[in-house]
Design a protein around this ligand. Structure first.
Ligand code: XUL
Ligand code: CO
Length: 441
């Protein structure tokens, strides 16, 4: 049964570059082969429940602008009936877009109960419902996660809360969400820091809170192994917002934290474009660093407004930036369990149901163009050859000795004096390389 929310639109076709149909793909063609693999298998698109689909259009100055039939209070249904209607419409949207995956937080899919037991019962009832919808549509779950930041009990954090009862409530909630993710065949489980951070040192012990977080994450990993969950545990870094000092600031910070707690081989990164920019980096910096540290996992492909300085969660539309991102992802070997989740909201004046579809079509087309450009840059080889050549001095036996522990500072000083090592600067050729990129984007 179709709810009729999207009128008679049930699928978005690929029509090619010449198309002017706003409800058709111009670049995203799932079966098209790119660098030896289907486009769909490279990109592994996921639509998330919370921002992409269910965002109500509120901002700090005003409430909802979107009218959605599943909102409590807009009809006489009880909360569970609304949650099922919401799932019906969500799956209509996922299916129309033809994405292989979706993602959710517990709080997106189930009504809030009055205590932990009711939350769990509600979640399990909805998971039964989602399981059936996944079987009917073939949709898969990229990742599940727990919302440990919206309810007021989490205002001072979840795992990093000064109150052990909140730590316990959060741990119990994460257990139920890993169970739900496991049952639905989820390929990853995500922990975004939410309110894991602080506002003022006047009431906070950061070292104590970080130790709590370390034990919490170790328990998550222990539980994953205990139940045989084969998915990847992902942490999503973000530098500021909602708290002034977020503990999971960026990839480098999280890597140090993982090392300290013995988790660097167990946990990988879900890197969000907008979060990377807020941290003062580029997206591709965060991707490249995670890949080099062996902790690249998945991405949230939503951008921010560059002027605003906060997390505006917009659909991506900058192809040159995305080409550089997918270039790093392809160089890292592509996604394994991860994928391209959007985590993007409509602007609050985009109130029509088909605005939801149009936003995704644009985002998916831009990703497809970015991927194709990245594959072409690699196929061309000029950039990679330049970089290989730039580091080629390190391949000689004598230079390798400086790094493999065979030489001391004094040995090196002796060598430099003996051989009169007198290096001449070499051009980095940035503009030349930028011009090469511009041939493909
Ligand atoms: C918040 C954010 C979250 C996570 C999931 O900025 O990105 O939506 O992706 O909790
Ligand atoms: Co995100």
């Amino acid at each position: 049964m179709n709810t009729g929310f999207f009128g008679d639109i049930t699928s978005i076709p690929f029509e090619g570059e010449q198309s002017t149909n706003p409800l058709a793909f111009r670049h995203y063609n799932p079966d098209e082969m790119v660098a030896g693999k289907r486009m769909e298998d490279h990109l592994r698109f996921a639509v998330c429940y919370w921002h992409n689909f269910a965002w109500p259009g509120s901002d700090p100055f005003g409430g909802l602008t979107f009218e959605r039939p599943w909102f409590d209070g807009t009809n006489n249904n009880d909360p569970m009936t609304n949650a099922k209607l919401k799932a019906d419409i969500a799956f209509e949207m996922f299916s129309a877009l033809g994405v292989p995956y979706y993602c959710f937080h517990d709080a997106d899919v189930r009504p809030e109960g009055s205590n932990f037991k009711e939350n769990t019962a509600n979640l399990n009832e909805i998971v039964d419902y989602l399981e059936q919808k996944m079987a009917d549509t073939g949709l898969k779950l990229l990742w599940g996660t727990a919302n440990l930041f919206s309810h007021r009990r989490f205002m001072a954090g979840a795992a990093t809360n000064p109150n052990p009862d909140i730590f316990a409530f959060a741990a119990a909630t994460v257990k139920t969400c890993i169970d739900a993710t496991h049952r639905l065949g989820g390929e990853n489980y995500v922990l975004w820091g939410g309110r894991e951070g602080y506002e003022t040192l006047l009431n906070t012990r950061p070292g104590k809170e970080l130790d709590q977080l370390g034990r919490f994450l170790n328990m998550v990993v222990e539980y994953k192994h205990k139940i045989g969950f084969k998915g990847t545990i992902l942490v999503e870094p973000k530098p500021q917002e909602p708290t002034k000092h977020q503990y999971d600031y960026d990839v480098a910070t999280v890597y140090g934290f993982l090392k300290r707690h013995g988790l660097e081989n167990e946990v990988k990164m879900n890197i969000e474009q907008g979060h990377a920019i807020l941290a003062g980096h580029t997206f591709e910096h965060e991707l490249a660093l995670a890949a080099d540290l062996g902790i690249f996992g998945s991405i949230d492909m939503n951008r921010n407004d560059y002027q605003s300085g906060w997390d505006t969660d917009q659909f991506p539309n900058n192809v040159p930036e995305m080409a550089l991102a997918y270039y790093q992802i392809l160089k890292a070997g592509g996604f394994t369990t991860g994928g391209t989740n959007f985590d993007a909201k409509l602007r609050r004046q985009s109130i029509e149901p088909d605005d939801l579809l149009i936003a995704h079509i644009g985002g998916m087309d831009c990703c497809a163009r970015g991927l194709k450009a990245a594959a072409a840059i690699i196929e061309d080889g000029t950039l990679d050859n330049f970089v290989d050549d730039r580091y080629s001095g390190w391949t000689t036996a004598e230079n390798k000795k400086m790094l493999d522990g065979e030489m001391t500072l004094s040995d090196i000083a002796d060598r430099v004096e003996r051989d009169d090592v007198n290096p001449q600067p070499v051009s980095g050729r940035q503009e030349y390389l930028e011009n090469i990129i511009n041939r493909f984007v």
